[in-house]
Structures are given as C-alpha cells and as structure tokens.
Write a protein that binds this ligand. Structure first.
Ligand code: SF4
Length: 278
C-alpha cells in the first residue's frame, strides 16, 4: 500500500529499496514523513481558520504498528525468514485453513467449554482426566493478553500492543502459577519457548508471581509433556527482544530451504514444492 509522504506516494518496500535500509527502518521514516505531510496540509488549511493541531488518530494513511507473537517470532527464527516476511510483512499470502488447523481449533474450543462446565463431545472424552484436574480451582481458559514495548501489560487488542498471546489454561495459586498448552499435533519435538512467552504475559499482568511452571498436553498421545520451569520471564523478554531486533533490522529475508518448503504457501519461491501426503 502506498503512503502519502508529501511530495509523492510510496510503498514501504519501494522506500526501503530506494534508501537501501531495512523494512522497519523504512516504515518508521515513512511514519514520520506522513506526520509531517499531514501537519503541512493542516498548516495550509489553517491560514484562514485555526482549529488546533490534528489529533494523531486522524492522521490517515500511516503504516500500522507491528504486533509480535510467539507464532511470528518462531516462524522467523525456526522456519524461514522469507516466509515470515511474505506472511506477516508483505502480507501477500492467502490464508488457507488446513484440516489440521480446523481440528486444532475445534479441540481448543471444546476444551475451553469443558473448563467452563460443559461436557466434552463424545469423540474427545479421552481427555476428560486431564481437564478434570482443573475442576473447581478457578483456572482461566483461552486468556488473551498483551504487553506494550515498555514491558507494561495491556489488552490483546489495545492500541500500542507490542507483543500478544493466548494462554490455553492458567491456574494461579498464591504466588505460583501453572500453565497448560493444548497440542493437537505430534510430540516429536518439544521447545518451551511458546509457554515461556505465555509465562511472560502472565507475569506481566500478575507481577506478584514468584514461580511459574507449565507443560504441553499432547492430545494425540493423551499425555502431558515434561514440566518446564518458566519463571525466568526476564530471560524470556530478552530473547523476545533479541528476535524482534533481528527481525526489524533484516533486509535480506533469507530463504531457508528445508522439508517445510513442501508445506509453504510461497509458491513463487524456487525452493517451494508440494509435499506428498503420507
Ligand atoms: S519455499 Fe522454503 S525457502 Fe521458500 S519461502 Fe517457503 S519455506 Fe522459505
């Protein structure tokens, strides 16, 4: 989308290429130029009548501030920077809901209802023992939380939200919290980073917490993964900010060839192929 920077309209990609700078630096500079252009327009209009400065919310056509999530940062760090750029920055990839995603959403919804007191559907009864452990203990389900860039808590959809996430299950008992994340895929590989970011969001909202632990519930295998200590939320925030810094300074968006290219939506990439169903 082109933005009005005063003397012309330009997209962030064009501006970045013209100046030889990274995408996020270009977005930042365009933001400033849009503000200046809007101010100039307002100054011209106020020659006869001065209604005061234009409220920032009325300055149209500015790039939207970027909101980070575990999914985005994990995709950037562990899948492919170029795919991340196309999905989240350039946004030219169509959203296609796969069968696995549909099933995952259905499972999350059923478990959320179960925590709210409704029974699990007949084809999910095998998970009753896991979810029954939370009965009557005040656990929250599918809690949406956000953090501002200065580390302060905010709403998931608030203006100025910088990082956000959804916690499948959280149980707080005094200064201790337990987090559980439902996983409908296979447990081939387990990294704590997702629930570490959940712990970060929870700790930000409840600063009195001293200990946070958590696990993944591997539903296909009907078992809990290992218990992770997630209490080092300062370390998690640092890791998040390191990834954000790398992402914002990136102007090459490496194409990282791997078996995952077979499931990628970027069909114009030379590494793309269609994986055969197993
Ligand atoms: S096909 Fe592979 S290298 Fe190309 S964007 Fe997709 S994941 Fe990255």
């Amino acid at each position: 989308m082109p933005f009005d920077i005063g003397d012309r309209h330009v997209t962030i990609e064009e501006y970045a290429a013209e100046k030889g700078i990274a995408y996020f630096r270009a977005a930042h500079e365009i933001n400033i130029l849009c503000n200046e252009a809007a101010k100039k327009r307002a100054d011209n209009m106020t020659a006869a009548y001065d209604p005061g400065p234009i409220p920032p919310s009325l300055v149209r056509g500015k790039p939207k501030p970027f909101v980070y999530s575990y999914t985005l940062l994990n995709n950037y760090a562990n899948v492919c920077p170029h795919q991340t750029y196309r999905r989240y920055v350039k946004k030219d990839q169509p959203f296609v809901e796969t069968e696995a995603m549909r099933w995952g959403n259905k499972v999350h919804e059923a478990l959320e209802y179960r925590l709210g007191g409704k029974p699990l559907p007949p084809d999910m009864q095998q998970w009753e023992p896991i979810v029954a452990a939370f009965d009557g203990r005040g656990a929250t389900a599918e809690q949406k939380l956000g953090i501002r860039r200065d580390g302060k808590p905010c709403g998931f959809f608030d203006d100025g939200v910088f990082f956000r996430g959804k916690i499948d299950v959280a149980l707080i008992n005094g200064s201790t919290a337990y987090i559980l994340d439902w996983k409908s895929g296979k447990s081939n590989y387990e990294s704590a980073f997702e629930i570490e970011t959940n712990a970060l969001l929870l700790h930000c909202l409840h600063p009195h917490l001293k200990k946070i632990v958590g696990a993944y519930a591997w539903l296909k295998e009907n078992q809990l993964g290992q218990l992770h200590d997630l209490s080092d939320t300062n370390g998690t925030w640092q890791r998040v900010m390191e990834l954000v810094d790398q992402f914002e300074a990136d102007n090459t968006w490496e194409k990282r060839k791997s078996g995952l290219c077979g499931f990628c939506s970027v069909e114009d990439c030379e590494n793309h192929f269609v994986a055969r169903p197993k």
